[in-house]
Write a protein of this length. Structure first.
Length: 193
C-alpha cells in the first residue's frame, strides 16, 4: 500500500470514529489538527501526498499525522515491494494477530459505527489479549454484561439498542430467564470456554 492510500484509509477510519458516517475530508482533518494538536499542516500538502505527487513526507509531518491518527510513524511510508498485508511469519505475536484481526473487523463493520469504533479501540489497547479475556470473563458471569451496560451506557439500555442481531439473543435470554431448562442446558453445552 502506498503512503497516499494509507492516508485516505486513515481519513476513512477517523471519519467513522468521529461519527461522520463518511471519510473525514482533508479540510476537516487540517482543522481538527489545528484545534486538537495546536499544529498546522496544509490541505494542499495532504492532497499532494494522497495524489502521489509527493511520495515522501518530512519527519515532522509524519510525526504530526501519526499523533493525529494514533498510529506508529513507521506506518506512514510506502510498503516495500512484495509486502503482504497478512502476517505470514510464525514469529508473529498473538497481540499483533489480534490487532490486525480487530482492525480488519472494524473495516467490515464500517456501516455500524459503534461496533467499528469499539473494534478499533480494542486494537489500540496496549494489551488487546487481556481486553478480550476480560470480555470473556464478563460474558461468563450471568447477567454481568447487562448490569455493566446499564451502569456504563444507560443511553443504550434506554433506547433498547442491542443492534440487529441482539433481537435473537434477547429472545434466548428471555427463554433462559423464563425457566426453560432444556434451552439453558443446550446453551450451556455450546458455551465456549
Amino acid at each position: 500500500m502506498k503512503l497516499g492510500e494509507k492516508i485516505r484509509y486513515l481519513r476513512e477510519v477517523e471519519g467513522s470514529l468521529r461519527g461522520l458516517d463518511r471519510p473525514m475530508t482533508q479540510q476537516e482533518m487540517v482543522k481538527a489538527i489545528r484545534q486538537e494538536l495546536r499544529k498546522s499542516i496544509s490541505q494542499s500538502y495532504l492532497s499532494q501526498i494522497e495524489g502521489g505527487s509527493r511520495p515522501h513526507m518530512t519527519q515532522s509531518s509524519r510525526a504530526l499525522l501519526a499523533k493525529f491518527f494514533k498510529v506508529h510513524p513507521g506506518f506512514l511510508v510506502d510498503d516495500p515491494e512484495g509486502y503482504h498485508t497478512e502476517l505470514t511469519s510464525d514469529l508473529r505475536t498473538t497481540e499483533g494477530q489480534l490487532d490486525v484481526w480487530l482492525l480488519q473487523g472494524s473495516e467490515r463493520f464500517v456501516s455500524d459505527p459503534q461496533v467499528s469504533e469499539v473494534l478499533i479501540k480494542a486494537a489500540r489497547e496496549k494489551d488487546t489479549r487481556r481486553c478480550l479475556l476480560l470480555l470473556g470473563a464478563i460474558l461468563d458471569t450471568p447477567g454481568l454484561a447487562e448490569r455493566l451496560l446499564e451502569a456504563l451506557r444507560p443511553d443504550l439500555m434506554a433506547k433498547g439498542d442491542h443492534h440487529r442481531e441482539g433481537q435473537g439473543r434477547k429472545s434466548l435470554r428471555e427463554n433462559l430467564r423464563g425457566g426453560d431448562r432444556g434451552l439453558a442446558a443446550s446453551a450451556e453445552g455450546r458455551r465456549i470456554r
